[in-house]
Design a protein around this ligand. Structure first.
Ligand SMILES: C[S@@+](CC[C@H](N)C(=O)[O-])C[C@H]1O[C@@H](n2cnc3c(N)ncnc32)[C@H](O)[C@@H]1O
Length: 285
């Protein structure tokens, strides 16, 4: 008998979520100078086993595949996992599979120490409190082969000094939303320590700055703005339902942010930035 799918309490689950993520992917990739992997793994050494946890529709996997020569990419095996099966591509290539997996639940035993690279982006908050996050990170590390790498990428609690006032208020609402699910926008700041505490070596981290406002590259500027506005729509549709006690800003202000951001983003020039932290480490041989 097939088991029931896990209960999905992902707070941003809606019909435009994968569109929002695709725009955001472009902006983050640009901020990483076109690179998806900063961990110093040799992606040209085939075959590799690569896992993308909380993959949504697997865009990171597809983009990584197309960044490699086809004869190399086709030798690697890619696995994408997520709690939401409806996001998965319906017809992935033969070397790519998707599986429903809750990061807060035990992983399949046969995946223990299987992967040369474990990747997870923009999902650290889904585990909730610090203890649950540490446990989820420990479980991800257990999937890494000795000598293999793990890379975690997540949003930091930061806007640039000159960013627009509505962008800044929207970011405050985003932090409130993360707190409302029992997590914190600061969680990614603890990942490096966590990696080191769990015995990883060659642990490094860097911050990348993503531009969601005016820039010289106009097509990318349009994508960045769409990404920011779609994210605001998604976050604010939830944050506007919160009682005042869990909001930092007055409720009346929160209700105005969506329209205010649309106006602010249509002024030229407009400044809107977020930072993401990229952390990677290696499991000793
Ligand atoms: C913000 S999206 C990030 C998607 C993708 N990694 C990216 O960078 O675009 C978070 C993803 O985590 C998934 N998710 C939420 N809770 C989860 C859980 N407990 N276990 C596994 N995946 C979960 C959501 O369905 C969603 O696809």
């Amino acid at each position: 008998m097939a088991s029931d799918p896990p209960e999905n309490d992902y707070i941003l689950h809606n019909e435009s979520e994968t569109t929002r993520l695709a725009f955001q992917h472009r902006v983050i990739r640009d901020a990483m100078n076109g690179r998806l992997v900063l961990a110093p793994i040799d992606l040209y050494k085939a075959p590799l086993q690569i896992l993308d946890s909380c993959t949504a529709d697997g865009l990171w996997i597809r983009d990584l595949q197309s960044s490699l020569p086809p004869n190399i990419a086709s030798q690697h095996a890619f696995i994408g996992t997520d709690i939401e099966e409806s996001y998965f591509p319906t017809d992935p290539p033969g070397n790519t599979t998707y599986h429903v997996q809750d990061v807060n639940k035990p992983w399949p035993e046969q995946w223990n120490e299987k992967f040369d690279l474990v990747h997870q982006r923009l999902s650290i908050a889904v585990s909730g409190d610090e203890k649950a996050t540490q446990s989820a990170v420990r479980n991800l590390i257990s999937l890494v082969k000795p000598g293999g790498w793990i890379q975690i990428v997540d949003l930091q609690n930061w806007t640039a000094d000159g960013d627009g006032p509505v962008w800044k208020d929207f970011t405050i609402c985003l932090a409130d939303l993360i707190s409302a699910v029992g997590s914190s926008l600061d969680r990614v700041e603890h990942v490096k320590n966590c990696f080191e505490g769990l015995g990883l070596i060659d642990v490094e981290e860097t911050s990348i700055e993503a531009n969601y406002g005016t820039r010289d590259d106009k097509p990318l500027e349009a994508i960045g703005k769409k990404s920011g506005l779609l994210t605001a729509q998604s976050i604010l549709s939830v944050a506007t339902t919160f009682p005042q006690e869990i909001l930092t800003l007055p409720k009346a202000r929160v209700s105005d942010i969506k329209a205010g951001l649309e106006k602010e983003m249509s002024t030229d020039p407009v400044s809107a930035h977020w930072r993401y932290k990229v952390v990677w480490g290696r499991k000793p041989e």
